[in-house]
Design a protein around this ligand. Structure first.
Ligand code: NAP
Ligand code: F7E
Length: 375
């Protein structure tokens, strides 16, 4: 009988970490996740994987990519066959506000892991979550493994460092260390302040009267959007390949933020007409006549990545991978989940409104109505 493989996932509480955990568990792996300490629980995406039994195949350990001592202890205890380094300060916009922290976690974090791996007395396969943001202001279209990087944010610069150290530990120390250069991928588990999820939840809330309109930044940015559920399959295949290497993972199709908003709105029974231009542009629902989208300069970035489009021929050929979920299906899936989410919010809201004014309730209501997702 084949030995049960053990995987360690940093960033297990994130979008990709949760889908990857499900995938590895379905393949019979023992999965350990690294969880950051937070003042409130941050495990909602993986809570369903917990089994309160001694032989549960899913466990979490406290750790942080900014602290080598805990990473060394975790690696020595878990002795994983495979390490998936998905942990990161992953928001491009926020990286302009927290550049030093972003570099510490995203650039030095992988370096810390690779240094520890180099001194282990057992073999490990290492996956680095590299990003299409590294291509930045693109120097070639479509982007593939040989396209030069031109990063435009502290996030992208930190990921270029991590990409390079992964490659140099592979060539210099003969480690099985691979980069997946993943283009944007989304899902109903996407963080609330990334543009697709902000749109699907925001428009669902607008539809139900929970917020007056949705505020967005650059509507003309183009992204090659795939689905996280498909991309974690590619991540796993990268580490099963017969040799360590770097792979672009993308759909080969791109769309504007504006097009994603139109598609999401359509699934909510809205029909968007764009009016005005620049910061005065609005999206009006032709059916109700209501302004549902407003451009808000606060969401513009100091440097923008205008367009990204990936060529994943290498992964398709060598890994036998291809995406299954289309752009339209992705928007539909995300809207369906967010409509349910917003309906639950509306239900809670209506119960709160009809409660006698208990302390705390009344104060929360206006905040909910006007709340905007930061970034
Ligand atoms: P995500 O949902 O933002 O998840 C990031 C994960 O990293 C979370 O579990 C987060 O923990 C954890 N984390 C943050 N700071 C950490 C620290 N100091 N130490 C340890 N863990 C830390 O991101 P994702 O979309 O799943 O992306 C996964 C990885 O792929 C990231 O490295 C991202 O940069 C990269 N990537 C993503 C995309 C994409 O389109 N999704 C594309 C290319 C590359 P908390 O839950 O506690 O915040
Ligand atoms: O922005 C524009 C924004 O934050 C996409 C991360 O997973 O993918 C992600 O980074 C585009 C940008 O993703 C808003 O200016 C307009 O042009 O959803 P996003 P991202 O920056 O592409 C890469 C591959 C990663 O590696 C990252 O970890 O949408 N945009 N209006 C907006 N973006 C946000 N967040 N909010 C807005 O209101």
């Amino acid at each position: 009988m084949a030995r049960e493989k053990t995987a360690l996932i940093t960033g297990v509480t994130g979008q990709d970490g949760s889908y990857l955990s499900e995938l590895l568990l379905s393949k019979g792996y023992r999965v350990f996740g690294v969880q950051r300490r937070a003042s409130l629980p941050n495990t909602a995406r993986v809570d369903h994987l917990y089994e309160n039994t001694e032989n549960s195949r899913f466990s979490m350990l406290y750790g942080d990519l900014s602290d080598s001592s805990n990473l060394s202890r975790i690696l020595a205890t878990v002795r994983p066959d495979e390490i998936y380094n998905l942990g990161a300060q992953s928001h491009v916009g926020v990286s302009f506000d927290t550049p030093e922290y972003t570099a510490n976690v995203n650039a030095l974090g992988p370096l810390r892991l690779l240094e520890i791996i180099r001194h282990l007395d057992f073999p490990v396969r290492y996956y680095q979550a590299s990003s299409s943001e590294m291509f930045g202001k693109v120097l070639e279209t479509p982007q593939k493994e040989t396209t030069p990087f031109n990063p435009q944010s502290p996030y992208a610069a930190s990921k270029v460092f991590a990409f390079n150290v992964t490659k140099l530990y592979r060539t210099g120390y003969d480690l099985f260390a691979s980069n997946g250069i993943l283009f944007n991928h989304e899902s109903p588990r996407r963080g609330l302040n990334f543009v697709t999820r902000k749109i699907t939840l925001g428009l669902a809330r607008v539809k139900l009267g929970l917020q007056p309109s949705l505020h967005l930044g650059n509507l003309d940015a183009k992204r090659d959007w795939g689905a996280s559920q498909d991309y974690v399959e590619a991540i796993w295949r990268i580490l099963q390949h017969n040799q360590p290497d770097d792979f672009v993972i993308a759909t080969g199709e791109n769309h504007t933020v504006r097009a994603f908003a139109e598609e999401a709105a359509r699934h909510l029974g809205m029909d968007i007409e764009w009016k005005g231009s620049g910061v005065n542009e609005t999206g009006v629902d032709r059916k109700s006549g209501k302004t549902v989208i407003e451009v808000d300069a606060r969401y513009f970035r100091p440097n923008e990545v205008d367009t990204l489009l990936g060529d994943s021929s290498k992964a398709r050929k060598l890994l036998g991978w291809k995406p299954k979920i289309t752009f339209k299906k992705l928007a539909e899936l995300m809207v369906a989940e967010d409509l349910t989410y917003a309906e639950r919010e509306a239900e809670l809201h209506s119960r709160i409104v009809y409660q006698p004014k208990a302390a705390g309730y009344g104060q929360n209501i206006p905040q909910r109505k006007t709340r905007r997702n930061k970034n």
